[in-house]
Ligand binder design. Sequence first.
Ligand code: AMP
Length: 137
Amino acid sequence: MGDEAGVARPDSSQGEDFVAGVDTDPDCIFCRIVTGDIPADVVEQSEQSLAFRDLDPQAPTHVLVIPRRHRATLGQLAEDDPAAAVDLLRLARRVAVAESVQDGYRLVANNGAAAQQSVFHAHLHVLGGRAFTWPPG
Ligand code: AMP
């Protein structure tokens, strides 16, 4: 399987080094999307990452890209599994192309409560389809 949109892979088909109970958290809403317990509008996926539409979109394109492996923040993912962090970026680019926003899109990673992170499973927001301002709020 691998690249089909719309299908979240079951936990049993994670990669060989995936450790159930370490790389999944049953109390984490994004882990439950990865396992298929909670539905999501999946738009792209890879071996290590999953992309689905945000429930509360802040732009015409607002897709979340998450690692299948649970880590609380993007910084922690980068530390523990740099390849998974790179995979996240590559899938975000594929999302931007699929959504036709590749000429200008914003990647946001709220890292930690002080930066307004609300779901403690690493993720990138892919935002596009409208004008952006700088600095962000
Ligand atoms: P953050 O505040 O950076 O942690 O972003 C978390 C994002 O997850 C928010 O934009 C929420 O709207 C989004 N979100 C929370 N639950 C779900 C869900 N079940 N499906 C899709 N998006 C969700």
